[in-house]
Design a protein around this ligand. Structure first.
Ligand code: EPU
Length: 340
């Protein structure tokens, strides 16, 4: 089948903030072959591209001039399953949470801490999704990409993806240059539960669950997320709007002297992650709104669209939050979503 190029497509249903914007040109790809058709297309080939997955880590503040390439590549299969691990291959357009549920239902454990993260599997490596003590980088084996210039397919081993805290090569050098068509996940055996995150440990303790099963960890993560994080289908949002700032010990100690209650976590390399949610709350932003845009009352790291907010309004709120935090703590919060 040839490519269907749609024009002036409303993007409200394609971003979880639920803001209005238009794609001048919009094309769906259902396979790596479709991506190559886009690359070889006389009109689309040379035009700048914007890759759209689930739109759950995206703030649209204007119409999109670049060609919007919506990734609808399906596929879920087990490539290897032996005594040491299971290797799963996932099409980039699959829903991430669907993958977690599918794996669990098949008896392949190891993804449950990443339950209920909105978005697609193909977007997962872009920001190296992470939650409750586990990051995609702990499970990612390799990523298939198609180069937007040459149309060539390649497989990048995880070690070449430069996965960091909500960061990867796909946000940097390869941004807009290549499209992820599939990912591979390796789930090690025997399964070891990841229950160190305080919220998870507390939830399991309350259930008197001393030897958690994969399903129990999955249920814990789902319950915690549902209690704190707004469901994008009910209240527009893109998850955490800012990254938690990582600072050296000197800066952390200076801040701690002035704000002894600040929440911080030591990282392996001797630096500290500070809880941006704590800082935003300390600036008095919890539940505050500007027009239809608001700081979520249960988790102030999340900005929400209470209805009718424009992308520009949400961005203005984000900038006001950034300015307050910078003034009080001397730290600039870095946005997590892609802002267009
Ligand atoms: N906190 C407050 N006040 C609040 C809420 C939280 O002080 O109103 C403090 C709490 O003390 C808590 C700390 O902030 O200990 C951290 O809160 P939470 O456990 O909710 O996690 P987070 O650091 O705010 C990160 C990720 C989330 C992920 C959770 C759980 C980032 C930017 N965000 O949030 O990821 O689900 O940890 O692992 O790292 C996302 O990236 O979109 C996302 C939702």
């Amino acid at each position: 089948m040839s490519l269907q190029i749609e024009t002036d497509v409303p993007l409200r249903a394609f971003n979880t903030f639920g803001v209005d914007a238009t794609a001048h040109r919009f094309v769906r790809v259902r396979s790596a072959r479709d991506v190559r058709l886009v690359v070889d297309h006389p009109e689309l080939g040379r035009a700048p591209k914007f890759i759209l997955g689930g739109g759950s880590n995206l703030l649209l503040t204007r119409d999109v001039e670049a060609v919007v390439v919506k990734v609808d590549i399906a596929g879920l299969r087990v490539l290897e399953d032996d005594a040491r691990s299971t290797l799963i291959e996932v099409g980039a357009g699959e829903s991430w949470h669907g993958v977690v549920e599918w794996a669990l239902d098949q008896g392949y454990a190891g993804l449950e801490n990443l339950a209920l993260i909105p978005g697609t599997a193909g977007a997962a490596p872009v920001q190296n999704i992470g939650a409750y003590g586990l990051e995609l980088s702990d499970r990612l084996e390799s990523v298939d990409v198609v180069d937007f210039v040459t149309g060539r397919s390649a497989t990048l081993p995880a070690a070449h993806c430069r996965l960091g805290y909500r960061d990867s090569v796909f946000k940097r050098e390869l941004a807009g240059k290549s499209l992820i068509t599939a990912i591979r996940l390796r789930l090690p055996k025997p399964w070891v539960p990841v229950t160190g995150y305080a919220d998870v440990a507390r939830w399991l303790q309350r259930q008197h669950c001393t030897e958690p099963t994969p399903r129990a960890v999955f249920d814990a993560v789902c319950a915690i997320r549902r209690s704190k994080l707004p469901d994008p289908s009910q209240l527009g949002n893109a998850g955490s709007f800012f990254k938690n700032p990582v600072v050296n010990r000197t800066i952390r100690n200076e801040i701690l002297e002035e704000y002894p209650d600040i929440v911080s976590y030591p990282l392996e390399d001797g630096t500290y992650k500070l809880a941006a949610a704590w800082m935003i709350a300390a600036c008095g932003w919890k539940g505050q709104s500007r027009g239809g845009a608001a700081v979520h009352e249960k988790q102030p790291l999340v900005l929400v669209n209470r209805g009718g907010a424009t992308g520009a309004e949400i961005l203005a709120l984000a900038q006001a939050v950034q300015a307050s935090v910078e003034e009080k703590f001397g730290l600039r919060l870095e946005p997590e979503p892609v802002i267009v």
